[in-house]
Design a protein around this ligand. Structure first.
Ligand SMILES: [Zn+2]
Length: 464
């Protein structure tokens, strides 16, 4: 079954979006009230704008300059006090770390699916022109597009955001998102989030010719695009019936299936891309308390649904509504040139280097006894490496602040936040003579160390 033929999924989506339309209709008066509140607040706006003008600039630059999509490791240290960071926490803490955030700010989240010139499923498709017009309108209306991780940092009280923000999210993982939406978003300098269901990536159960590839996702990751989870097989997670296996599930089977849909999907994305995944978009917006609980236990920070609404500072993180955009556009767009036809194909080529040449530590396939390992590799085999280009990604953590010694060609990173999974993938990339070189390896963590160890085994002090 390819991505081109998913009638059941499309039908379910149609049903769900129609249901949502009714809600939107009912919400209109509420929105009007919201607008008038915003107007009465306009006296405060100059003050707020002055306060957040520097953040605006930064947000606008996010997509332009390569930047880690996820919170910096510094933020991890703040968020989770592992035994190794407690020592630092106990010493006189530097004050003024938390900015005063504007709690009156609001954000709206948009959800898109496919970008095609020939709209056949208006519930999930939009023309690039219509999409670009919407992006332009956000700009013209002075709504700042911010990244997902900035939004979550604001919700944690760590960072300010402009008074009126929008977050762009794109669901399911279609190649048109890479080929069509990304260039448009790049043009506007907008950051965005991709919600991926892993069996929908090329090569997966639903990953047919229209699906995005892992290579394309990796290129987007490198450009600073936020990549998050949207289940494994994109089904109604409330129902104990697996449409892929065509099987009714017993209660224990259902729990196992749910684990794979919610937790397995996160792990796969983290391992394949060396990122930290902290958001989950529920397929079709169908969820219940149990689903939210499983997601919370899996370490998700935010759960997204499809019921759009302005998100306030206190909006519950376990059911954040998104406005799913539909394109009931006139036929004028149907005759336009198919975007697929102008596609460029795969991502930029990346040379692979065998990890055995890099004397990695831990070695590929090795199992270590600590959840706080020291990660090292010798890059001599990569040729003359541009020191500023060395990037180390660790599954479950994302981009980490590794140190690189240009003299010894050794890159190293001491893990400071316990690795949660039984296996860990490291993705190392660097530029040599202008060419990007990448390598990745996976090591195991002894279960007791990953799950229960309370004190780290003695490890060399991190250089940084
Ligand atoms: Zn979806």
């Amino acid at each position: 079954m390819s991505k081109r033929s998913r009638p059941s999924l499309v039908l379910a989506w149609c049903f769900e979006t129609r249901f949502r339309k009714k809600r939107l209709f009912f919400m209109r008066p509420e929105l009007k009230a919201f607008t008038s509140i915003m107007l009465t607040r306009s006296a405060l706006l100059p003050l707020l704008l002055a306060f957040s003008v520097s953040t605006c600039k930064k947000h606008e630059n996010i997509a332009a300059s390569p930047q880690p999509p996820n919170p910096t490791p510094k933020a991890f240290g703040v968020a989770t006090a592992s035994p190794s960071t407690n020592a630092a926490a106990n010493s006189p803490a530097p004050k003024t770390t938390k900015p005063v955030v504007d709690q009156t700010a609001q954000a709206i989240v948009f959800g898109y699916h496919r970008f095609v010139n020939n709209v056949r499923h208006p519930d999930t498709e939009i023309t690039p022109a219509a999409f670009e017009a919407q992006m332009a309108e956000l700009k013209n209306r002075g709504i700042t597009v911010i990244g997902m991780q900035d939004f979550l940092a604001w919700k944690r009280g760590e960072k300010n955001i402009p008074p009126r923000c929008a977050i762009i999210t794109i669901d399911d993982g279609w190649k048109s998102q890479y080929e069509v939406a990304w260039p448009i978003l790049k043009k506007y300098g907008y950051p965005f989030t991709m919600f991926i269901y892993t069996e929908g990536v090329r090569g997966g159960h639903f990953g047919g010719g229209e699906a995005i590839t892992w290579e394309q996702l990796a290129e987007m990751r490198d450009a600073g695009i936020d990549i998050e989870a949207h289940s494994a097989t994109h089904q109604d997670l409330r129902k104990p019936y697996d449409k892929v296996a065509r099987k009714r599930l017993s209660p224990p089977e259902y729990e196992q299936w749910l684990q794979n849909e919610i937790v397995g999907c996160k792990q796969l994305l983290e391992q394949r891309l060396g990122i930290k995944v902290n958001c989950f978009a529920v397929p079709y917006g169908f969820y219940n308390e149990h689903i939210k609980e499983v997601a919370r236990n899996a370490g998700y920070e935010a759960i997204f649904t499809v019921y759009g609404q302005p998100l306030t500072y206190n909006a519950p993180l376990n059911s954040l509504g998104r406005y799913m955009i539909e394109a009931n556009k006139p036929k004028v767009f149907a005759d336009a040139v198919k975007m697929i036809g102008t596609s460029t194909g795969g991502a930029a080529a990346v040379a692979e280097v065998a990890t055995t040449n890099l004397a990695t530590q831990p070695a590929d396939g090795e199992t270590v006894r600590t959840a706080l390992p020291l990660i090292r590799a010798n890059l001599s085999a990569m040729g003359p490496v541009d020191p500023g280009s060395v990037q180390l990604r660790v599954s479950g953590l994302g981009l980490v602040p590794a140190s690189f010694d240009a003299k010894t060609q050794i890159v190293s990173y001491q893990v400071t936040q316990k690795l949660r999974e039984k296996t860990c993938t490291v993705i190392l990339s660097a530029k040599s003579s202008g060419k990007k070189i990448e390598t990745h390896w996976t090591f195991g963590i002894e279960e007791t160390a990953a799950a229960t160890s309370t004190s780290p085994t003695p490890t060399p002090t991190p250089k940084k």
